[in-house]
Design a protein around this ligand. Structure first.
Ligand code: DX5
Ligand code: ZN
Length: 221
């Protein structure tokens, strides 16, 4: 079953509260919280995303999907566990070795969240295979991390299919999340490739009717 995770990165300043209430009413499957530290990626959204996610936790019971685009993953896990997210995802590229990856996986589980591991467009899918038995979700970035409103990199479709084939071959129970440039045109293509959690920010936030666009993006082919 396909789920939609709405990225709040591009929420309009001054309209945050009404947007979050409207997304809660539209029954987005997750709120996607894009945490950026100004080092792993250029933008720094740390303070805003902590404020927004704390607010969302107070007004909604819908699950949160924290996407840590940070160098200091350990602190990110500590800080954002406070909002009791359903999933915490960190980037493989922020880790220096396998030991560090396994430490973060363990840390997230101890905090009671599901574990996601994310890879940038230029990272080969094979690099996550050894961690799949220990995580709940793999996030394939379909744009370069760092900002919303970009165009999906179509080469990523093959990467999604490769991961799907591998997961099926190994009989693993793992969600495939895709993030960046997801809209009514690209959604059918990433779903066909095997993604089952679609992150969309711009495509949803520019729509006049959130429920309509979320239901359309979720539609099974
Ligand atoms: C980019 C973020 C994405 C982004 C998605 O670094 O991880 O979640 O906000 O935005 P759209 O849907 O606008 O491409
Ligand atoms: Zn994201």
């Amino acid at each position: 079953m396909v789920e939609i995770s709405t990225s709040i990165l591009s929420v309009e300043k001054g309209k945050e509260a009404e947007t979050f209430f409207a997304l809660e009413k539209a029954k987005t499957d997750y709120f996607h919280i894009d945490v950026m530290d100004g080092k792993f990626v250029q933008k720094d959204t740390y303070k805003d995303m902590l404020e927004y996610s704390s607010y969302i936790r107070r007004i909604s019971n819908l699950p949160m999907d924290i996407h840590l685009m940070v160098e200091d993953v350990e602190t990110g896990i500590e800080v954002f566990s406070a909002v009791e997210p359903n999933i915490i995802t960190f980037h493989l590229e922020a880790c220096k070795d396998k030991e560090e990856v396994m430490k973060h996986i363990q840390h997230i589980k101890e905090k009671g969240s599901r574990v996601g591991i994310a890879i940038k467009p230029e990272t080969k899918i094979e690099e996550v295979y050894e961690y799949l038995p220990y995580v709940h979700m793999c996030l394939i970035m379909t744009v370069e991390p760092g900002k919303g409103g970009q165009t999906l990199i179509t080469d990523m479709l093959a990467k999604i299919s490769e991961l799907k084939t591998y997961i099926e071959k190994k009989n693993l129970e793992i969600d495939i999340e895709v993030d960046g440039g997801i809209n009514l045109k690209t959604a059918p293509r990433v779903k066909k490739a095997g993604a089952n959690i679609l992150v969309a920010g711009t495509a949803i936030l520019i729509a006049t009717n959130y429920k309509e666009i979320i239901d359309e993006l979720r539609e099974e082919e």
